[in-house]
Design a protein around this ligand. Sequence first.
Ligand SMILES: *[C@@H]1O[C@H](CO)[C@@H](O)[C@H](O)[C@H]1NC(C)=O
Ligand SMILES: *[C@@H]1O[C@H](CO)[C@@H](O)[C@H](O)[C@H]1NC(C)=O
Ligand SMILES: *[C@@H]1O[C@H](CO)[C@@H](O)[C@H](O)[C@H]1NC(C)=O
Ligand SMILES: *[C@@H]1O[C@H](CO)[C@@H](O)[C@H](O)[C@H]1NC(C)=O
Length: 198
Amino acid sequence: MRNSHLLLALGVLAGVATAQPIQLEPQYYDTVFDWALQTNHTKQLSITEVVSPDIADRYDDPAWVGTVFAITDRVWDLMARMDGQGTFDRLLANAEANATYSAGLKKLLAYNIHPDEALTYLDLLRLVEGGQGSLSTLLDNERIGLKLSGVSGGTGVSTITLVPAGQEIGNVTVVFGPDVFAGNATVLAVDKVLLPAL
Ligand SMILES: *[C@@H]1O[C@H](CO)[C@@H](O)[C@H](O)[C@H]1NC(C)=O
Ligand SMILES: *[C@@H]1O[C@H](CO)[C@@H](O)[C@H](O)[C@H]1NC(C)=O
Ligand SMILES: *[C@@H]1O[C@H](CO)[C@@H](O)[C@H](O)[C@H]1NC(C)=O
Ligand SMILES: *[C@@H]1O[C@H](CO)[C@@H](O)[C@H](O)[C@H]1NC(C)=O
């Protein structure tokens, strides 16, 4: 099942249009896996399948409860370049071949998941406004800092900033958009990957 999903993910063609920047109708998918396929986040799937089948299992489970902070395929491409890997395919190949490298990527994926609670943008906003300073992640003892950084002009929407433990590529903005429900989990789009302390 895993392999056929991976092939399917890699085989999905471009062209599934992502919606207008501000569309507040919630979007519902059966699972995180299904969300990824339908929104062109196929690289998220393929890297997860390779480095962390246990996380991929949760993505596949409609009953799993959690919040996934997700970047687009384009950001994965940029990461591959920043990493000196050149292309995403090389990043994937390196993850397959090199256990140390793969462990690092697994840690990164685990840090981008807040377990046991499916948060929407508004939930997150309420938490920050209520003074909550951080969120747990799938990594023991590694939390994601939370802060509010003003209101963005056009939309009047508060900007939520995540402060990762590893600061190398800086703070991360949660992209305002429709709530995405995937099974009993939610997916929040972010503009960069959250780096754990390395
Ligand atoms: C989907 O991904 C492909 C390959 O990365 C990219 O060329 C295409 O622009 C993406 N489409 C959308 C709608 O994001
Ligand atoms: C999702 O959660 C609701 C409420 O807790 C529950 O009734 C439902 O069965 C869950 N869905 C799945 C697929 O487990
Ligand atoms: C494996 O990956 C680690 C961490 O990126 C790197 O330091 C090491 O040189 C790699 N080993 C091989 C054999 O490529
Ligand atoms: C990220 O946020 C933290 C906490 O507010 C701040 O100390 C840090 O300077 C910020 N980093 C960047 C790159 O803006």
